[in-house]
Every structure is written in C-alpha cells, then in structure tokens.
Design a protein around this ligand. Structure first.
Ligand code: DGY
Length: 324
C-alpha cells in the first residue's frame, strides 16, 4: 500500500532537540543546521522551495519574495510572540496560516522588564563597573544614589499579556498603576486596579514607563523627543518590546539631558548593536541583548510550542495560537 508522503518542513535554525523531535516525527524536515548564525537569504529562498511548513525565528525576514519562492507553503510558525518580521498581507493573499508562541514567555519577559527597571533605577551596572575600575572610595551619604521604585507610579504602554504581567508585579511593590492601550480595558481597572491614561498623561505622571506594545505601523517611532520631554527628570524608561518603537537618537539625547533619568533597554532599532553604539557612552543606561524570553525553560517551551503549532496546522488540528 502506498504511504502518504510526509509533509516537507523547513526550519531556519537548529532548535532544541525536543522541538526537532516533534517535527521529525511528523514531517520530512530540512533545516539551516546552525544554532547561532541566522540563515543567509539565498539559503532561505532555496530551502523553502518545496516546503509546506516553515518554522522561523525573529531574525528571518519573511516577506513577499520568500512567500513567492515557496509555492507549496501552507503554514508558517514563528518561535516568538512578535511577528513584525513577517509580511502578513503576503501570507493572507495565499491563504497561508501564521502561528506564534504567546503566553509561554509572558512571565519571563515581565521578569526582565523588572530586572532592567531595578538595575537602571538603582545604578546596578554603573556600580559594578565602578568596582571593576577600582574606583570604590569610602562610603558617603550621596554615593551612587538612585531612584526608588517601591511606592512610585508605574506606567505600562501596551498592556497586553506581558504588560499586564509587568503591572501585576507592581502591586507587590506598592505602586500606583497606569496603562495606555489603543482603547481602555475595563478588566484591567477591576482586576489590577490600573487606570487608563492617554500617552501624554501617562508619560507625565509615571516614575517608570515600561514599553510592551507590539511593533506596527502605528507604534513605530511612538517615543521621540517630544514624548521623552514629557517624562519626569527622575523617571526610568524601559523597552522590552521592539527597538523601533523608540527613536534611539532622540532617546540618547534625552538621556544626556537627564530626562528620563535612566533607561533599561532589551531591544534596539537595528540588532545586534556593536560596542560603538552611542547609547553605550552613557552612564545612565542598562542594555541587554534581546533576552526578554531567554530562560532555559521558556526558550524550550517556545521551541516545542512552535513545533506543535506547525504540526497542528499542517495536520488540520486546532491550535489556539493562530495569528488572526
Ligand atoms: C518575541 O517572542 O517576540 C521576542 O522578541 C523573542 O522572544
């Protein structure tokens, strides 16, 4: 009896073994067999030619050219919650389903937002560098003084899953909670006690502003000189969403001028950034290399979920993670 051929799957990076095992048990898998290096464009265009399913990462630009190079493609699964690297219009025109990995990274990413917030407010990295340079002199009353977080005002821009998890932590720190979304969300008011503000009012009132909004044509560049000028001279700006939401040149100028007081950034306009990046010349920034979801358990769960999503779509099973 003829066996149905297994669906062809292309994976743009070697994923942790449990995820590769899920894919191999179901399909005929080929991949860019590297762990650290993104797939070159020509390899992607070649690799996807026969694929019915694609599992990709945030480092892959899946645009109309890639979709056109994949005449059999039925499903794209991205191992991320954000999918601004994917041309959804080109996918929709061909009826190709897109899935992502929400929920599993929510708490891990909220933890990193808080790590950046506390590190920037209390000058943790600056203090570490001072000791490293051998410049730690005798204790004095105003040595390395920072800003308090406990009891202050926390403003979250983009209060989706991750933003809400950031707000929830703020309750434990006795903070007054504000949020800005496209529209007010009454359940945030009742469940978290968070109050809606328009963006300007949130910037004016908050001691800490945490950005967790997705990157869309509407949010690109939403933080520029005019927005930073509204922030308090004691405030902290944290971005764990996508770099292009904030204009980096404007942010660097604003930080130099002392408003906001400090910033914690996990994402940048163009990643990866190098050691010559202008933000690195400033003492009042804490930078991390896009590691919001980077805990061992969460990255494993994201990889297996991305694999499960792809298998579900290709085999016609339901999955809650279809991007609509
Ligand atoms: C995402 O999921 O969108 C992050 O940027 C990577 O975890």
């Amino acid at each position: 009896m003829d066996m149905e051929p297994k669906p062809r799957i292309f994976v743009t990076r070697r994923l942790p073994e449990p995820a590769m095992a899920i894919l191999s048990a179901f399909g005929n898998v080929s991949l860019w067999d590297q762990v650290e290096t993104p797939i070159p464009r020509d390899e992607l265009l070649r690799g996807i030619a026969k694929a019915e399913g694609l599992l990709c990462l945030i480092t892959d630009r899946i645009d109309a050219e890639v979709i056109a190079a994949a005449p059999h493609l039925r499903a794209v699964s991205v191992m991320a919650v954000g999918y601004d690297n994917i041309d959804r219009t080109a996918l929709a025109a061909r009826g190709i389903t897109l899935t992502n990995t929400p929920d599993v990274l929510t708490e891990t990413t909220a933890d990193l937002a808080w790590a950046l917030m506390l590190a920037a407010a209390r000058r943790v990295v600056e203090g570490h560098r001072l000791i490293e340079r051998g410049e730690w002199g005798p204790w004095h009353p105003m040595q390395m003084v920072g800003q308090d977080i406990y009891g202050r005002v926390l403003g979250v821009v983009g209060a989706g899953r991750i933003g809400q998890a950031v707000l929830r932590r703020g309750r434990g720190f006795g903070m007054r909670l504000l949020y800005h979304n496209r529209r007010p969300n009454p359940s945030l008011e009742t469940e978290l006690g968070a109050s809606y503000r328009n963006l300007n009012d949130l910037l004016i009132e908050s001691d800490v502003v945490v950005v967790t909004a997705p990157l869309t044509p509407e949010t690109r560049g939403m933080f520029g000189a005019a927005q930073f000028a509204l922030m308090k001279p004691t405030s902290i700006f944290v971005n764990v969403a996508r770099g292009p939401l904030a204009r980096e040149d404007d942010l660097a100028a604003a930080l130099r001028a002392g408003r906001p007081w400090a910033a914690g950034l996990d994402v940048f306009e163009r990643e990866p950034i190098g050691p010559d990046h202008p933000l690195l010349t400033l003492p009042n920034v804490v930078l991390t290399p896009h590691i919001g979801s980077a805990s061992v358990a969460t990255r494993l769960r994201m990889a297996t979920l991305a694999a499960e999503n792809l298998v579900a779509v290709l085999s016609g099973q339901p999955t809650p993670n279809i991007v609509k």
